[in-house]
Ligand binder design. Structure first.
Ligand code: NAD
Ligand code: DAU
Length: 340
């Protein structure tokens, strides 16, 4: 297969490319990435430097019609997995505009170019956040739940999902949509909860917990999500949405306490700060459809996954230092300055 992966220099894209190269060494993988603050080309440098790896890096924007058309044509792409996005909820609260342009307009451009080129399969990677928020006793989100996004980020992802649906219904475009819960694992950018808490706890700094820490997320180890995307690429039905989750619901406070325990740090580091505006209370995923149709099941327990994640960040401390650019520091200072 000649596969175009977009956003492959980000957290999930990097893990996906590494896993697919291991499982399908014959696949030719082309990684189209704009290298925003969240993209790190060095993640896949070993593959890039090995001329027999079947991996090619392409610097560009999914919203650039001419560039994407040339990529699809020149590299004879069979299938596309679209990870490229602005992905951080807090940044979307600060400035929604880039979320609309990449997540909605960029995705539409990518689908339009692929439709014109006759691409055979398109997997659009979306999120559980498009469903909104659950009450404590409500059943987990199924693919039939209405879309009720609450943040500019999730609204932009819902917009892209609806455009993908329209491309299938109108043009018969072969797109499948995946919606997954919170991922964690190696290479996650340290603005997200788990790597941020690792960074702060190991530096002996205060851990900023939004509100009272009772918000619930369903955590999935990144390789399990990548397997779900792989199964969708290989077996997913066009026009179908597939939910993926880790069956590991935890309050933020439970998760942070577990990390502090594993890192041998004191709970006195926990510091409650002003809540995120519009903060979704709870996410949980019903992924029975993916189990039945795709044979998906999350294989890594939270205990195993968080252990592997902490091990990776401990062994790759310089990666954490390396990715924290000036733009990262500026955002973090402003955002957490306002939360005091
Ligand atoms: P990330 O922010 O770590 O990486 C995003 C990547 O996309 C970066 O490499 C960035 O340079 C690239 N990018 C951004 N704009 C681009 C553009 N216009 N053109 C080309 N490349 C561009 O994100 P992530 O956490 O790896 O998430 C990947 C995808 O998975 C996103 O679509 C996100 O919505 C979705 N998702 C994430 C999670 C999660 O827990 N992280 C869960 C479910 C779904
Ligand atoms: O659910 C899937 C989504 O998970 C993805 O679509 C998003 O791309 C991804 O960023 C993630 O969104 P969240 O907002 O759930 O993840 P985040 O790591 O930002 O926050 C997780 C929880 O921790 C959330 O309830 C907010 C809280 N939090 C987060 C940070 C960064 C804190 O209490 N303190 C913090 O400093």
């Amino acid at each position: 297969m000649r596969l175009l992966v977009t956003g492959g220099c980000g957290f999930i894209g990097t893990n996906f490319i590494l896993l697919m190269k291991e499982r399908h060494p014959d696949w030719k993988i082309f990684n189209l990435d704009k290298l925003t603050y969240a993209g790190n080309r060095k993640n896949l440098l070993k593959l890039e430097q090995d001329e027999n790896s079947g991996y090619t890096f392409l610097h560009g924007d999914i919203g650039d019609r001419e560039f994407v058309t040339a990529v699809l044509h020149d590299h004879k792409i069979d299938a596309i997995v679209n990870f490229a996005a602005e992905s951080h909820v807090d940044r979307s609260i600060n400035d929604p505009a880039p979320f609309l342009s990449t997540n909605i307009m960029g995705t539409q451009n990518l689908m339009e170019c692929a439709r014109q080129a006759g691409t055979e399969k398109f997997v659009h990677v979306s999120t559980d956040e498009v469903y909104g928020s659950l009450g404590p006793d409500e059943p987990a989100f199924s693919e039939k739940n209405p879309l009720q996004p609450n943040s500019p980020y999730s609204a932009s992802k819902a917009g892209a999902d609806l455009m993908a649906r329209a491309y299938f219904e109108t043009y018969g475009f072969p797109v499948s949509i995946t919606r997954c819960s919170n991922n964690y694992g190696p290479y996650q950018f340290p603005e997200k909860l788990i790597p941020l808490m690792f960074l702060k706890a190991t530096a002996g700094e205060k851990l900023p917990v939004y509100g009272d820490g009772s918000n619930i997320r369903d955590w999935i180890y990144v390789d399990d999500h990548c397997t779900g995307v792989e199964l969708t690429l290989l077996k997913g039905r066009p026009g179908q949405v597939y939910n993926f989750g880790g069956a590991a619901e935890k309050t933020n406070l439970e998760l942070i306490r577990e990390m502090l325990h594993l890192l041998n740090r004191d709970e006195s580091l926990i510091s409650y700060v002003k809540d995120r505006p519009g903060h979704d209370k709870r996410y949980a995923m019903d992924f029975k459809l993916a189990e039945k149709e795709l044979g998906f099941t999350p294989k890594t327990s939270f205990r195993q996954g968080i252990g592997k994640t902490i091990e990776w960040y401990t062994a790759n401390r310089e990666w954490l230092e390396d990715v924290r650019s000036g733009a990262y520091r500026e955002f973090m200072e402003n955002w957490y300055g306002e939360r005091k």
